[in-house]
Design a protein around this ligand. Structure first.
Ligand code: TRP
Length: 333
């Protein structure tokens, strides 16, 4: 039996990269036989960076709405909010006693986010990977779909699972496996084919957000950076043309065909012909998601019912695991 766990932070707007790189894979995982999926909104992680407390609750609902709009079926998977399950934080403290400072100091995300002044970084940011390990281990998750940038954190979760087992002489926590579901396309900025599409990039024109309407999607694609050459016959010929490669990659991912197949559809065509076709496809694939997301956001009570059900299910798994951990560690009960 596989238990799949993943989550996203309610930091800011979701974009096409989040959909193609993560959500679309999560949706397909829920239909695998003998698997149980838990999809969580990581609000405790979101507060390790500067954030807007007046927006956190809405941003949390928005992420839950995006999960569901993208196709996560609350009847098959559990959707819930991290802070609603106290066992995450409780296990985190216990794992913190086993996490080595030296290893946490080597986390590249900590170094990036803390910047030059590590002395001023909050303890929460430093301990971020320990909380992430707790998120996963509190369910004894076996599989964790994550992007490349989270692999080092998952390594730490595996490490802590093993440390716990060794220290207490038990075979309790399984080793969570990363799932790098393919073909996870690298989704680059619409304005610079060498930069990742990112929610923090300055210009909104660099990305397609899941909340953009059809007109805005078409406009962003029309203005996307390209070059003057027609589309070639083979993928190899796209070398040195990062923007062209990005658009073909996105077309292929949305159409669910290979990049070569996508290219073959447009051999010899100029971007003037490719772009409208790409815009139509993007709108066709994304507008049902946007519409569903807006419907859900207009009816927050509906989202809250789904979250309450997910919370109940998640706690029913987490509570006995925490209780076992406390027993193994020798706490008075
Ligand atoms: N750190 C992850 C990210 O920023 C989010 C996250 C927190 C997560 N806890 C997790 C992902 C546990 C997978 C499993 O993308």
């Amino acid at each position: 039996m596989k238990r799949i766990f993943s989550g996203m932070q309610p930091t800011s707007q979701l974009h096409l990269g989040n959909y193609l790189g993560a959500l679309k894979n999560w949706v397909s995982l829920q239909d695998e036989p003998d698997s149980e999926c838990l999809y969580c909104v990581m609000d405790l992680h979101a507060v390790t960076a500067e954030y807007d407390s007046a927006r956190l609750s809405d941003a949390t609902r928005e992420i839950a709405a995006a999960y569901i709009a993208a196709g996560i079926d609350p009847n098959k998977s559990s959707v819930f909010v991290q802070s609603a399950i106290p066992e995450h934080s409780q296990l985190m403290w216990l794992l913190a006693t086993m996490a080595q400072m030296g290893k946490l100091e080597r986390m590249t995300q900590f170094k990036d986010k803390a910047g030059k002044n590590q002395e001023r970084a909050g303890l929460g940011l430093f301990a971020y990977p320990v909380l992430m390990a707790a998120d996963i281990l509190i369910y004894k998750a076996s599989h964790v779909p994550v992007g490349e940038d989270q692999k080092q954190h998952l390594e730490l979760a595996r490490d802590l699972a093993a440390t716990f087992n060794t220290r207490y002489g038990v075979d309790f926590f399984p080793q969570p496996q990363p799932v790098i579901t393919g073909p996870a396309p690298r989704v680059m900025s619409l304005r610079d084919g060498s930069q990742k599409m990112s929610k923090s990039a300055d210009s909104d024109m660099t990305r397609i957000n899941l909340t953009d309407d059809a007109d805005l999607i078409a406009k962003k694609i029309k203005k996307a950076k390209t070059d003057a050459d027609p589309l070639p016959e083979t993928l190899g010929e796209l070398k040195g043309r990062p923007e062209a490669l990005n658009l073909i990659t996105l077309y292929a991912a949305l159409a669910e065909i290979s990049k070569q197949e996508a290219l073959t559809l447009f051999i010899g065509k100029q971007f003037g012909q490719f772009k409208p076709a790409f815009a139509d496809l993007a709108v066709e694939k994304l507008s049902p998601i946007t519409m569903r997301m807006n419907e859900l956001m207009d009816d927050p009570a509906q989202i809250d019912v789904i979250l309450a059900k997910g919370t109940e299910k998640a706690r029913s798994i987490a509570a006995p695991i925490l209780s076992d951990v406390q027993k193994i560690m020798g706490f008075h009960r």
